[in-house]
Design a protein around this ligand. Structure first.
Ligand SMILES: [Zn+2]
Length: 479
């Protein structure tokens, strides 16, 4: 069995690849989506109006070069863009600007465990618009399957977002290996700070799999787990066909994540079908040797090297080390804390309680109020037995939301009740925004509506807000 991957990574530049439109994509915040209005971050160029011309985003090339260096690739001293012609509504120009003849880099590798996975090439290209296949029964405009949708919506906000395409040789022999590769790749991209994993669809994978003679391509899989699932499905499907003495057809299939199956989309085009031609509106990209060394100097210490250093120099257990480096922000803060606190305790807290608390809140460290100095102080309290570990955990939960010294929190929180109106007020406002009907009822004379509102704040503060304080704020705001 041979499996190869083509990973499409959205680069987190400020603007799009060939125009000045903002590259603000959808962020997934907990279960909700922070949605940008469709088709608002577009200009004449990225919707493909005739006569418009591309201007290359220098930062996107820098990001791609960083990826190329981190993946041990040979960087082309000169590369250029080509037009990949196809007729489909996700590309206003009817061609995608990509790299074909000479990619920006090639012949690299990434070590996954003991296995070297060869990287065939790295291309820079523009993302097409987002296509949402929708069912009339689906009021949320969530994606229905391409084969079962009633109509299709197009969002050109994504059209022109810079993509880095990373193509591996067909060297994976199991679906699990493919998943581990993607995890490691994602970690590298995060350390390089060129990619935001929280953005929906920021890494999309096409997987090639062949067990007999013909190759099947499964298109557009989001997420490592789904890649593994899609491959497992294909392995079973193809084994079934082969065991009946039939041949697997060469085709392109789509992954239906909800149904957990792949579906046939079309029989495979040959590469020549796209009719690539040289893009005349863009200059060639020249990368000098000194530019390559400059890029090399921008590469930070990556996860694998960090684990090695933590284990060998800091004497931290392997599992703890792997857990800490899985998030670059956690690793950075851990290193700050470890300079001034007991290293083993710090490692245990960063790999344990801190990650657990963040997971519970579905937050990333960078979105919290936690400061290294405060963690140092907290760990000191634990070490000197000023507080128990259980109390320290409670204080840690507060520190996520409040940029205060743990000592202050300890005093203020005494029994962990929140009396401070300035802390409660944002939650009160949140509840007011969410419960317009209750406000109207209250103003219409149903005074008991306030009990409901107080209850909502209590729920949000998990019973820790002082109800008298909350009531006072409501009475003040609803006057
Ligand atoms: Zn634009």
């Amino acid at each position: 069995m041979k499996i190869g991957l083509e990973c499409h990574v959205q680069l987190s530049t400020k603007t799009k690849l060939f125009c000045g439109c903002p590259n603000n994509r959808q962020k997934v915040v907990e279960d909700e989506h922070v949605v940008n209005e469709p088709n608002m971050q577009v200009c004449d160029y990225c919707i493909g109006l005739p006569g418009t011309k591309p201007r290359l985003n220098k930062k996107a090339i820098e990001y791609a070069l960083k990826i190329a260096v981190a993946l041990n690739c040979k960087i082309s001293s000169e590369s250029f863009f080509s037009r990949k012609t196809y007729f489909y509504p996700d590309m206003g120009k009817n061609y995608q600007i990509t790299q074909y003849e000479i990619p920006i880099a090639s012949n690299g590798f990434l070590k996954v465990g003991n296995k070297k996975i060869r990287i065939e090439r790295i291309n820079v290209e523009e993302d097409p618009a987002r296509i949402v296949h929708t069912s009339k029964y689906d009021s949320d405009y969530k994606s229905a399957s391409i084969t079962h949708s009633d109509y299709t919506l197009l969002d050109y906000n994504r059209s022109g977002v810079p993509l880095c395409e990373i193509v591996t040789d067909p060297e994976f022999s199991t679906s699990r290996e493919a998943r581990l590769f993607l995890q490691d790749l994602s970690s590298i991209l995060r350390y390089l700070d060129v990619f935001d994993p929280d953005v929906e669809g920021s890494m999309r994978v096409d997987a090639n799999i062949s067990m007999g003679s013909e190759r099947v391509e499964v298109k557009n899989i989001s997420g490592f787990k789904d890649v593994e699932k899609a491959l497992n499905y294909e392995i079973i499907r193809q084994k079934g066909i082969l065991s009946r003495g039939k041949a697997v057809a060469r085709e392109t299939r789509g992954w239906d994540a909800d149904a957990g199956i792949t579906r046939s989309l079309r029989t495979k085009e040959e590469a020549e079908d796209y009719g690539y031609i040289f893009e005349p509106d863009l200059p060639r990209i020249t990368v000098t040797k000194s530019r390559v060394s400059e890029i090399k100097s921008l590469i930070p210490e990556l996860a694998e090297e960090k684990v090695e250093r933590y284990v060998k120099k800091m004497k931290i257990g392997l599992d703890l080390a792997i857990s800490i480096v899985s998030d670059p922000d956690i690793a950075a803060m851990f290193e700050d804390v470890a300079k001034k606190a007991d290293v083993q305790t710090a490692a245990k807290w960063f790999a344990g309680e801190i990650k657990k608390t963040l997971n519970y809140r579905s937050m990333r460290l960078k979105d919290t109020k936690i400061k290294a100095d405060h963690i140092i102080k907290l760990l000191k309290f634990v070490k000197e037995k000023v507080i128990t570990e259980a109390t320290a955990e409670l204080i840690l939960r507060e520190m996520i939301m409040r940029p205060e010294d743990p000592e202050m929190l300890l005093v203020q929180d005494n029994a962990t009740r929140i009396y401070d109106e300035s802390i409660l007020e944002p939650t009160v406002n949140e509840v007011l925004n969410e419960n317009v009907q209750a406000i109207l009822d209250y103003k219409a004379g149903k005074k008991e509506a306030i009990n409901f509102l107080v209850g909502q704040v209590m729920k949000k503060t998990r019973g820790r807000g002082d109800s008298d304080a909350i009531r006072r704020i409501f009475l003040r705001l609803l006057k």
